[in-house]
Design a protein around this ligand. Structure first.
Ligand code: IMP
Ligand code: MG
Length: 172
C-alpha cells in the first residue's frame, strides 16, 4: 500500500543539514532543551540533534490524538516530561503538523510552565487552512494533504522504520 516515495533518504538528509545550521544560528551557543513528541518525532529528532553544535538536553512527552488515518479530535498527555522547563529554551520536535491540534494544545500547556522560549521544529507540515496558525520555527518540508508513512510516521504502528517518507494509498 506504499504508493510512492515522497521524500528520499538523501532529500531528508540534505534538508536536516540546513535545518541544523539554522537552529545553531538561532540559539547562538545557548543550551537547547529538545523535547520530542513520542513516538513519531524520534527519527527526525535524533538525526537532527546529531548535526547540532549547540549544547542540548533531551526530554520526551507522549500525547494521543490519532487512530488509524484520522485525527480523533481528542488530546491526551499519556506521558509527561521528566524535567522542569521553567526558564529553559525549549525546542519541541514534531513529525507532522496535520490539523495542528497536538501543537496548539501542547503550546498552551508548555507555555503555562514558563519556559524562557518555546519553539517548534517539525519535519513536515501539511498545507491545510486549519494549521495556518501554528508557528513552525524550523520546518523540513511542506507537503499535501495525503497520509504519509515512514521516517517515524506510522499507520497503527507500522512503517515507522522506513528510511524515507512515502505516500500511503489504501487502494494499492
Ligand atoms: P495533528 O494534531 O492533527 O496536527 O496531528 C499530529 C499527529 O497526527 C502527528 O504527530 C502524527 O502522529 C499524526 N499524523 C498526522 N498526519 C499523519 C500522517 O500523514 N501520517 C502519519 N501520522 C500522521
Ligand atoms: Mg502516529
Amino acid at each position: 500500500m506504499i504508493d510512492r516515495v515522497l521524500l528520499s533518504e538523501s532529500a531528508i538528509s540534505s534538508r536536516l543539514d540546513e535545518l541544523a545550521r539554522e537552529i545553531d544560528a538561532r540559539y547562538a551557543g545557548g543550551e537547547i532543551l529538545a523535547v520530542g513528541i513520542l513516538k513519531g518525532s524520534v527519527f527526525f529528532l535524533t538525526d537532527l540533534l546529531k548535526r547540532l553544535r549547540s549544547p542540548v538536553a533531551l526530554d520526551f512527552l507522549q500525547v494521543r490524538t490519532y487512530s488509524g488515518t484520522s485525527s480523533t479530535g481528542n488530546f491526551q498527555v499519556v506521558r509527561d516530561l521528566s524535567t522542569d522547563i521553567e526558564g529553559k529554551d525549549v525546542l519541541l520536535f514534531e513529525d507532522v503538523v496535520d490539523t495542528g491540534l497536538t501543537l496548539r494544545r501542547l503550546l498552551e500547556l508548555l507555555a503555562s510552565r514558563r519556559p524562557r522560549s518555546l519553539r517548534i521544529a517539525a519535519l513536515l507540515k501539511k498545507d491545510l487552512p486549519e494549521n495556518r496558525d501554528i508557528p513552525v520555527d524550523f520546518l523540513g518540508f511542506t507537503i499535501g494533504p495525503e497520509f504519509v508513512v515512514g521516517y517515524g510516521l506510522d499507520l497503527d504502528e507500522r512503517y515507522r522504520n522506513l528510511p524515507y517518507v512515502a505516500i500511503w494509498d489504501p487502494t494499492k
